[in-house]
Design a binder for this molecule. Structure first.
Ligand code: GCB
Length: 593
């Protein structure tokens, strides 16, 4: 799943812009052959969620069609041509000139189909994409749960199993790209750093055929070159550097790696990648980056902005990174789904440490083995696609296989009451995912973010323990000191049981910007500031806490419900349009050191 690249042998045609768009609430489009062209359509921006672009689409999650006509350069005729969709939420089926070329389930991850034989070369090509985002209990993430979510704690509209708006549509760019017939299919780069500071860059290549390959690693004024032979579909080579310039948040130095395939002196294919040389390791109660302990300070985020919805929004991406700098932050979790590839590229450049999360949010176990197995299969698919997509980013330091899976007996667990023994098959569910993650990528630690009352058995599977905690908000309301004591007791208890490094991966308080109170009261800027300060103090006094991720970076859209004033979660340290609340200034003081 290499990111499409423009160079002398590869081409990219980006199709971002205004597309034809039509809702299909009765789902007749396929029978009526809408893939041959949309009648009575309107224009829509791609990328972008459809929900906030019109009045009648805000809560619409059913079938909708996109269409666009484009010429494709004739020079691609001797190449292989693909269509690649960065993210379609949730299910997409794609036609080129009336011919179905593929389909994909699951938002937030790219998919590509070979369309070489479907293209016209002397007239425009009609691309049609049917997207559908129905909420279903058997999908990941699940929706349309009977009795609301969080085991019935909350109900919202639309009825999701999670606390963010289920935006729909083509969320990331659609691109056509060409590769040479004899192309590089995949590249895996694994770096390591030895105790004395020497480093290695291992390059693995997938390509069907027998060709000559050259890898060049350029950096620090030097070019290292290795020639190697690709046979039977795979090959690898390794660079050893005595004194590499290591990648880290303080110095996110990137080497340029170029792979070239050749035959009889002719270039067959070429692909370039940024490489950050760094190592990540969990040792005892520490997380080590390049052998040194590192503390993660930042947020859980969302891809969310007015009107764009969850659509790729590059100015907001740049602005968020500039705010990270302003705060002195160094890390975030892609709560609760994979973010754009551009976000990962930005993090590589800016030295941000990413906990990369799959879309497995709100997983539950109450509707029978068959449905649970269906969800597990999707979680495996998403994890596999995520690792394939993001494995080469130095910024990605950990995989998170789920956020807040809901254990059976959640209400009892929430109340800290006695619970019946845990059904071991729930632990097996996450063991399957953690094992898969380690198999796909042994070089990165694995985790999951646990809700209040999460079974210790699930944390035992993880390298690092992530807890989302809201003492002083959802419980101990208005009593920050009591909330703090609860937090201290629980963290110490969990560390005593698990002995693993821990991150408080969510903590925060809904806050209405401009609402003040003294003494601090819930929803005021002072309450949020003091809540966050209390949690940071608790962490500072514990050496097993290796990161604090405030929930949330910015206010974000949710479904409607009595818990969410104006359809927003207001736990942002910034407003939805990135204006700082008082807590942002507190974090800046704490984190700039
Ligand atoms: C959580 C969830 C997050 C919610 C947050 C909240 O634990 O992981 O998705 O938005 O709580 O604000 O309730």
């Amino acid at each position: 799943m290499l990111y499409p690249q423009q160079n002398d042998v590869r081409n990219v045609l980006e199709l971002s812009g205004l597309w034809q768009f039509k809702l299909d609430p009765s789902d007749v489009g396929e029978a009526e052959a809408w893939f041959n062209g949309l009648q009575d359509s309107r224009l829509i921006a791609v990328p972008g969620s459809w929900n906030e672009q019109f009045e009648d689409t805000r809560d619409y999650l059913g079938v909708a069609w996109y269409a666009l006509e484009t010429f494709v350069p004739k020079s691609w005729q001797s190449e292989r041509s693909f269509i690649r969709v960065g993210s379609a939420n949730y299910h997409a089926r794609v036609w080129v000139n009336g011919q179905v070329v593929g389909e994909h389930a699951g938002g937030h991850l790219p998919f590509a189909f070979d369309i070489s034989s479907a293209l016209n070369w002397d007239k425009p090509n009609l691309i049609a994409i049917r997207v559908e985002n129905n909420l279903e209990p058997t999908r990941v993430p699940p929706g349309d749960l009977k009795g609301g979510f969080l085991g019935g704690f909350m109900t919202n509209y639309p009825n999701t199993s999670y606390d963010f708006f289920p935006y729909a549509g083509l969320h990331r760019p659609v691109k056509l790209f060409s590769t040479p017939k004899n192309a590089i299919e995949d590249i895996t780069v694994i770096t390591s750093v030895e105790a004395g500071g020497a480093g290695t860059v291992q390059v693995q290549l997938r390509q069907t055929g027998k060709v000559q390959a050259v890898a060049r690693l350029v950096g620090e004024g030097e070019t290292l070159e290795q020639a190697f032979q690709v046979e039977s579909g795979a090959a690898s080579t390794i660079f050893r550097l005595d004194k590499p310039r290591l990648w880290s948040p303080k110095d996110p130095y990137l080497y340029a790696l170029e792979i070239e395939l050749g035959e009889d002196g002719k270039t067959l294919d070429r692909y370039s990648l940024d490489v950050g040389i760094r190592s990540v390791e969990v040792r005892g109660k520490e997380l080590l980056l390049n052998g040194e302990p590192i503390f993660l300070k930042d947020f859980g985020k969302h891809e969310d902005f007015p009107i764009h919805g969850r659509g790729l929004n590059l100015p907001v991406l740049v602005r968020d990174h500039s705010l990270f700098k302003w705060l002195g932050a160094n890390s975030y979790r892609t709560a609760h789904y994979p973010y754009s590839e551009e976000a990962m590229q930005m993090a590589d450049r800016e030295g941000i440490l990413i906990i990369d999360e799959t879309p497995a949010v709100g997983i539950f176990f109450e509707d029978g083995a068959e449905n649970i197995a269906l969800r597990l299969k999707q979680c495996e698919q998403h994890l596999q696609e995520l690792v394939e997509r993001d494995k080469n980013h130095p910024s990605v330091i950990m995989w998170s296989v789920a956020n807040e899976p809901l254990p059976p007996d959640l209400r009892l667990r929430f109340a800290g009451a006695e619970v019946p023994p845990l059904d071991p098959s729930t632990t097996d569910f996450f063991r399957t995912l953690v094992d898969l993650s380690r198999k796909l990528d042994p070089s990165r630690p694995v985790t999951l973010a646990g809700i209040h009352g999460s079974p210790v058995e699930w944390f035992e599977l993880c390298d690092v323990v992530l807890v989302n905690r809201y003492f002083g908000w959802y419980s101990q309301q208005g009593r920050l000191d009591e909330g703090k004591r609860m937090l201290e007791a629980e963290l110490d208890d969990l560390f005593g049981k698990l002995g693993k490094p821990m991150i408080v991966s969510e903590f925060g308080a809904d806050t209405l910007a401009g609402f003040h109170s003294n003494p601090p009261e819930m929803f005021s800027e002072e309450y949020q500031r003091d809540f966050i300060k209390g949690y940071l103090d608790v962490a500072d006094a514990r050496d097993f806490i290796i990161g604090m991720h405030v929930w949330n970076f910015a206010d974000f859209k949710t479904g409607q419900g009595i818990m969410r004033v104006a359809g927003l979660n207001h736990k942002g340290v910034f407003t939805r349009d990135r204006k700082p609340k008082m807590a942002a200034h507190l974090l800046r003081e704490r984190w700039q050191d």
